[in-house]
Each structure stands twice: as structure tokens, then as C-alpha cells.
Write a protein that binds this ligand. Structure first.
Ligand SMILES: [Ca+2]
Ligand SMILES: [Ca+2]
Length: 228
């Protein structure tokens, strides 16, 4: 009988009886199943996560927030072709996250502080494929018509229920002699419309995720039942 760890020192897998081997094998199998199910479940839950780190959460409309991109890093440097007026968004950026519960109109406007000389760029993303390499396809509408000091705005008629990000950014990654703050500055973002928003940080995991995680527990239960 094995009484302590000392008793099995120096023994290999092949020194044990077939029954012990079976139990060991079943436990390893169950542990592997559980670990794999957990990993798949976590990946499934994070599958829609973005690389974007939002600073603010928009919980309801109408919404207004004043912030600055001064001192912020550029999480996104480039947009997909055709999504906005320019692909380049090299400036520091600030992101807002929101959850659409009931579709409706939404109008986004970023207005640089008076006298700031900041040239804002504004774009909407579903967050799914966007990344800081500029290869993302998650951005599908944006505006960068206005120049230094001008607001940028756009309206979207309907957004399917889901989580979205609105980014305040800039075409420029640095200033120039005649416009030293074209790439950064204080701004006010306003969002208005008829869409109904919810809390994006109170999600219910998709049933498929729980089913996958549950598969791990089923595998363990099955092995215990077999042994019993
Ligand atoms: Ca940027
Ligand atoms: Ca602009």
C-alpha cells in the first residue's frame, strides 16, 4: 500500500498495477479534457474582444464628454480603406465603448476646444478585427473632413445590437511649426440619437461558451462514473 510520497519515489509508470495505470490514464485524460475545454471556452468568450482599450463608457443618450488626447498613445494607426476620409490616424487616441440594445439613429460629433488647433478624426468600430497594425476591418464609418480646429461628425441610421467603440483620433502623429497642436488636444464628444444603450460590461456569456466549459465537467463526471 502506498502511504506517502516516499513510497513511490523511484517508481515509474510501468511499476504500477493495470488498475492504477487505468486510473492515472483516466485522470490525465479528464484533466486534459477539462483544461482544453476551459481554454476553448475562454477563447470563445474573448473571441469578440478588441485590442482597443476604451477610456470611457457611454451608457445612455444624449451623451457628452470632454477629454484630451494629449499624452495618449496611438492604439490605432491606420483605418481600412474607404472607412473614413483618410486611412491615417497616427495621433494619440481615446476610445469610448457602448452597447446597443435597441437599434436607432446615432450622431457622433467631436469638437476640438476653441483655439486648440487640434485636427480630430472620428471613427466607429465594432472592435472585432481592429488592431494597431492598421489591418483591421472592424472600422466601418468615420469622418475627417474638418481641418485644424474644426469638428468632425457623422450619423449612422441603424446599428445592430452589440458592442461598439467610437474613437477620437488624429490624422497627424506630430505637430508642425505653423500648427504645433494639429495632432492632439482637448475636445468634446457628443453622441445623440434614438438608439437604446446598455452596459457593455455586464454581458451574459454566449450559451456555446458555457456548453464548451461544461464539456470538461462532463468528461470528468464520465470518468468517475466509469471508475465507480
Ligand atoms: Ca491613433
Ligand atoms: Ca479632422
Amino acid at each position: 500500500m502506498i502511504a506517502s510520497n516516499e513510497d513511490i519515489k523511484g517508481l515509474s509508470y510501468w511499476d504500477f498495477s493495470p488498475k492504477i495505470k487505468l486510473i492515472v490514464t483516466q485522470n490525465i485524460f479528464a484533466a486534459k479534457c477539462f483544461r482544453m475545454a476551459l481554454m476553448i471556452g475562454v477563447v470563445a468568450m474573448l473571441g469578440h474582444a478588441a485590442t482597443i482599450q476604451p477610456t470611457h463608457t457611454i451608457l445612455s443618450l444624449d451623451y457628452s464628454n470632454t477629454d484630451t488626447t494629449v499624452g495618449k498613445t496611438s492604439q490605432v494607426n491606420s483605418l481600412p480603406f474607404g472607412a473614413s476620409d483618410f486611412q491615417t490616424v497616427g495621433g494619440g487616441d481615446v476610445f469610448y465603448i457602448f452597447l446597443v440594445v435597441n437599434p436607432g439613429t446615432m450622431t457622433f460629433t467631436a469638437t476640438p476646444a476653441v483655439g486648440s488647433g487640434f485636427d480630430v478624426a472620428l471613427y466607429l468600430s465594432n472592435g472585432n478585427a481592429i488592431d494597431n497594425t492598421g489591418l483591421g476591418t472592424g472600422v466601418f464609418i468615420g469622418s475627417d473632413v474638418g481641418i485644424e480646429g474644426d469638428p468632425d461628425t457623422f450619423t449612422i441610421a441603424n446599428l445592430d445590437p452589440g458592442t461598439y467603440y467610437i474613437g477620437v483620433d488624429s490624422f497627424y502623429s506630430s505637430g508642425a511649426i505653423d500648427s504645433p497642436n494639429r495632432h492632439q488636444g482637448e475636445y468634446t464628444l457628443t453622441v445623440s440619437g434614438t438608439a437604446v444603450l446598455g452596459d457593455p460590461f455586464a454581458p451574459v456569456p454566449e450559451p456555446a461558451s458555457w456548453l464548451t466549459i461544461g464539456a470538461g465537467f462532463v468528461a470528468i463526471g464520465l470518468n468517475r462514473w466509469r471508475r465507480g
